[in-house]
Structures are given as structure tokens and as C-alpha cells.
Design a protein around this ligand. Structure first.
Ligand SMILES: *Cc1c(COP(=O)(O)O)cnc(C)c1O
Length: 364
């Protein structure tokens, strides 16, 4: 099959081995076989997140879990920290759902900083913080360990993290950092086809959700209901069973690679990508906060990015233009999930060829 290789920050490249693992005859979702699979996947995800807390499996994309988080956990007021398109989406969802909220934003390309989080929480107005671990639109990784350290000083505040493009590619120490909620969809660093997401949730956050009126939570995304089913190795609804088979297969791969080697592979690919672009492009992320799963380049020399992206597509490699406001001004290379340094070299040499050709054409 003529397949174009995905170097966009989601969906990412999926191995044939993974696709085959997913293509299995279904089982009843109340059967013992399903229960065994569910519990096996949960225990694998706990290892990926270095946690002993509850894992929930959701047949939805991660945006559903953004909404679930605020509907289950905001009793007073949310502090939505934003630094790009996805964190802004969470603030928008919070407001659309009718909750009291304030948005604390930094310029796109900058990271959210622990000092700003402390300043906001000292007002005593908030009981939930939402923040993105890795802002896919700008290629910025927020300093999660430090921010979690600050939120811990405010015991009434729950720290809720979107790690959609971080989880399984960047270290995330859920218990050690004292995070209350983290979630991701599976089409990013998990390297599965889209349509499913996973969450870790602390006992403290679950206790809050248990106190939330059901009229606020609804049915599909009631986290207490999901946790009660989860304890029995089930989900309240019929889950996407192919995704559980896919997760089982990916978790085996991760266990044999080891998480430390996986994180190092992502650091190596990011370092190589940044070195490749330096000189020709700029790094959009603030210094010291560039992501190890996605690189966002700025375009100081006004290269025709849409032409470059189109020519790369013709060679079978898909890279991504700027997201939202950044269209035309930036482009992004996703280097997460199944990608390797060798595969990345192939992409970069194709891009080198395209850029040389474009420069040559300009000189004529
Ligand atoms: C991709 C992405 C999302 C949205 O995920 P969906 O699976 O499309 O709902 C949210 N946050 C971040 C940081 C993302 O990269």
C-alpha cells in the first residue's frame, strides 16, 4: 500500500504490528476475557505514569475528557492556564459548560510558570487548575514538576493536566508530582489510531467527583461511574475493544523498550530536529521549554512553507503547518510514538532536498 508517513503531531505513525493486534474478533464486554484485558491494560498504564492511582479508559477523544474533568471537579471556580490553542480550548470548554473561571494566559511560544500559578491560587478563589503539559500548537513543554509543587501548597485545589501529546513520550510522574488528573488520547505518543483516551485520577479527585451533583456530571462522562465500573474491570458503556487490544500490544512494546529508553529516544529525536532547523528556521518555543515530542519552527527567512509541506507530501512525508493563528508563520514536525532517529533522518534529508530545490528555483 502506498502510505504517507505521518510526521505530524497526531495522528502519528502506527506500526502494522499494532494494526494487526487491533484487528481481532470482538468479545463480550461483560465477559471474563474482557475483564482480564481491561485490568491488564490498566496495570500497564499505571507503569507508564508511575502511579498506583485509578486509571479510567474512555471511548472518546481527549477533548471529551477535558470536558469531563471540569464537569466532575469544579465546585467553586477554575483557573485555566493557557499558552496555546489546546489549553485555550480547555478554558473555552470550562466557560461553555457554564462554570466560573478565569483564564491566565501567556503569549504563544511561552511556558506557564510556577510563580504565576502561585499568584493566582493565593487569591483563594479556585478549586481546580487546568493546564497543558505539552502544548502541541506551539511546541512548548510546561514545567510540570515545579507547577505541581506549587499546586500542592493549596490542598483544596485539584491539578488537572492535559498530556495528550506528552504521555508515553515525556516523563510523567503522577504520584511523585501529586497530580490529580492527567489524560491523553491514544493517537499521539501512544501511536494508536484515533478514537480512544486514557486518564489517571487521584483518590482526592474521585472523592470530589463523588460529591458532584449528577445533573452537573451527566452520564457518559461521570468519572465516579467510570471508576466504579473500572474497579470491576469494565466500562459503563460498550468500549472500543480494538483499542484495548492495541493498548495491550503497545504496553508490551513499551515494557520491552523500557520507559527510560523511550523518553531518551524522544529527547534524541527532538535534539536532532532542533539542530537540523537551526540557522534556517527559528525555534518558536521559549528557550529551555522546547518540547521533546513536537518541534514548532518559526520562519524568519520567509520560506514558502506551504510549498515545502506540499512537496514533502509528494515524497510521502506529512509534516504540519502552523496551528490556528500560526498558519503560514510556523511549521511543526511531530517526532513521537514509533518514530526513530533513523526514520527522522530520512525525513530531514527529504526536507533538505526540497529546500535546496526551492532555493535553486528562487535564484533562477
Ligand atoms: C491533540 C490534542 C488535543 C485534542 O485531542 P483529541 O483527541 O483531538 O480530542 C488536546 N490537547 C492537546 C495538547 C493535543 O495535542
Amino acid at each position: 500500500m502506498n502510505r504517507k508517513k505521518l510526521f505530524i503531531p497526531g495522528p502519528t505513525h502506527v506500526l502494522d504490528e499494532t494494526l494487526q493486534a487491533m484487528a481481532q474478533y470482538p468479545m463480550g464486554h461483560r465477559s471474563q476475557a474482557y475483564k482480564d484485558l481491561h485490568l491488564k491494560v490498566v496495570s500497564g498504564i499505571q507503569k507508564v505514569l508511575f502511579t498506583e492511582q485509578t486509571i479510567l479508559l474512555s471511548t472518546s477523544s481527549a477533548t471529551g475528557l477535558m470536558e469531563a474533568t471540569v464537569r466532575n471537579l469544579v465546585h467553586k471556580r477554575a483557573a485555566n492556564f493557557t499558552c496555546g490553542a489546546f489549553s485555550e480550548r480547555w478554558a473555552e470548554i470550562t466557560a461553555l459548560c457554564g462554570f466560573q473561571q478565569d483564564t491566565f494566559s501567556v503569549e504563544w511560544g511561552q511556558a506557564n510558570k510556577p510563580g504565576e500559578v502561585r499568584e493566582a491560587l493565593e487569591s483563594g478563589r479556585y478549586d481546580v487548575v487546568t493546564i497543558v503539559h505539552n502544548e502541541t500548537s506551539t511546541g512548548v513543554t510546561n514545567p510540570m514538576a515545579e507547577i505541581a509543587g506549587v499546586v500542592k501548597e493549596f490542598p483544596e485545589v485539584l491539578l488537572c493536566v492535559d498530556s495528550v501529546s506528552g504521555m508515553a513520550g515525556l516523563p510523567f510522574y503522577f504520584d511523585e508530582w501529586g497530580v490529580d488528573v492527567v489524560f491523553a488520547s491514544v493517537q499521539k505518543a501512544w501511536a494508536l489510531p484515533p478514537g480512544f483516551s486514557v486518564m489517571a485520577i487521584s483518590d482526592k479527585a474521585l472523592a470530589r467527583a463523588d460529591q458532584t451533583p449528577t445533573a452537573q456530571k451527566g452520564f457518559y462522562f461521570d468519572l465516579s461511574r467510570m471508576a466504579r465500573s473500572g474497579a470491576k474491570g469494565q466500562t459503563p458503556i460498550t468500549p472500543s475493544i480494538p483499542h484495548l487490544f492495541g493498548l495491550e500490544s503497545q504496553l508490551e512494546r513499551m515494557a520491552s523498550e523500557t520507559m527510560e529508553a523511550r523518553f531518551q529516544r524522544h529527547r534524541d529525536m527532538a535534539k536532532r530536529t532542533r539542530a537540523w532547523g537551526s540557522g534556517r528556521f527559528g525555534l518558536f518555543a521559549e528557550e529551555g521549554y522546547a518540547s521533546d515530542t513536537v518541534t514548532c519552527f518559526s520562519n524568519p527567512n520567509e520560506t514558502d512553507l506551504s510549498r515545502m509541506i506540499q512537496l514533502a507530501d509528494g515524497e510521502g512525508f506529512i509534516v504540519s503547518g502552523g496551528y490556528g493563528n500560526l498558519k503560514g508563520r510556523t511549521f511543526r514536525i511531530g517526532h513521537m510514538g514509533e518514530h526513530t532517529l533513523d526514520g527522522l533522518e530520512e525525513l530531514l534529508s527529504v526536507l533538505d532536498g526540497i529546500l535546496a530545490e526551492m532555493e535553486g528555483a528562487d535564484l533562477k
